[in-house]
Design a binder for this molecule. Structure first.
Ligand code: PEP
Length: 252
């Protein structure tokens, strides 16, 4: 059975002190409770990585960056490489978030390069995909997500694909307060598992975690995570409030 994962995406929020306080609260909860059934990942700003890696109990909580450069090293002022992220002790990188696609013009091809750099540096990518509202209204959501997945991760071989966590995040649900219904999310997760099974094998598709992201809150997490193909969540807004994030962890 796949273990459920609850991953926070803090985005460009919290200064270092506030971020550390948030991580400390979640760490305290994770350390003092033996009945936690979810893997916990905190997706924090680059500036916080090293500090938070050294704040949390890494046997209970993993730390993720939210992006990496598409090149390995060199004259790319302001960029942060996958190797640099690895050197902080972080283990995951969120790749291809819709905000990066939308505001920083990340294409599926750029995302595929970043995925390769994660694998090369032994970091687990949390690969994000999802359709816009217009694409859903035009019934193109399966086609759009399939293309993102095909170009973004399906070039990986059968060993490396198992390092990937997929996060289905419909763009219309991110930060809007309107989550996909459990039925809508399950339908897409089932589709993602089906295409993964066709590309690799059923055994591989059954192992890959597929998280749902988009306005997950303590009061809707239960119904979403009950769906057979939803393996937890990528949580934005609610991951910035320790109590809400912990409530979501408790749902699992
Ligand atoms: C996200 O940023 O990945 C996200 C899902 O945000 P929110 O939970 O705020 O919709």
């Amino acid at each position: 059975m796949r273990k459920k994962i609850i991953a926070g995406n803090w985005k460009m929020n919290t200064c270092l002190k506030k971020g550390q306080e948030l991580a400390e609260k979640i760490n305290l909860y994770a350390k003092s409770n033996t009945n936690i059934y979810a893997g916990i990942i905190l997706g924090v700003p680059f500036t916080h990585l090293y500090k938070i890696v050294n704040t949390v109990d890494l046997t209970k909580i993993s730390v993720a960056a939210q992006n990496c450069a598409s090149e390995e090293s060199g004259a790319y002022t302001g960029e942060v490489s996958a190797g640099m992220i690895k050197s902080t002790g972080a283990n995951y990188i969120i790749i291809g978030h819709s905000e990066r696609r939308q505001f920083f013009s990340e294409t599926d091809e750029i995302i595929a390069k970043k995925i390769n750099l994660c694998i090369k540096n032994e970091l687990f990518p949390i690969f994000c995909c999802g359709e816009s509202l217009q694409e859903r209204n035009e019934s193109k959501h399966f086609e759009v997500v399939e293309k993102q997945i095909n170009t973004g991760i399906f070039h990986l071989d059968k060993f490396n694909i198992e390092q990937v966590i997929i996060a289905y995040e419909p763009v219309w649900a991110i930060g809007t307060g309107v989550n996909a219904s459990p039925g809508q999310a399950q339908e897409m997760h089932e589709y993602i598992r089906k295409i993964t099974s066709e590309k690799y094998s059923k055994a591989i598709a059954d192992k890959i975690p597929v998280l749902y992201g988009g306005s997950v809150k303590p009061d809707n997490a239960g119904e979403l995570f009950k769906q057979p193909d939803i393996d937890g969540g990528l949580i934005g807004g609610a991951s910035l409030k320790a109590d809400d994030f912990i409530e979501i962890i408790k749902v699992v």
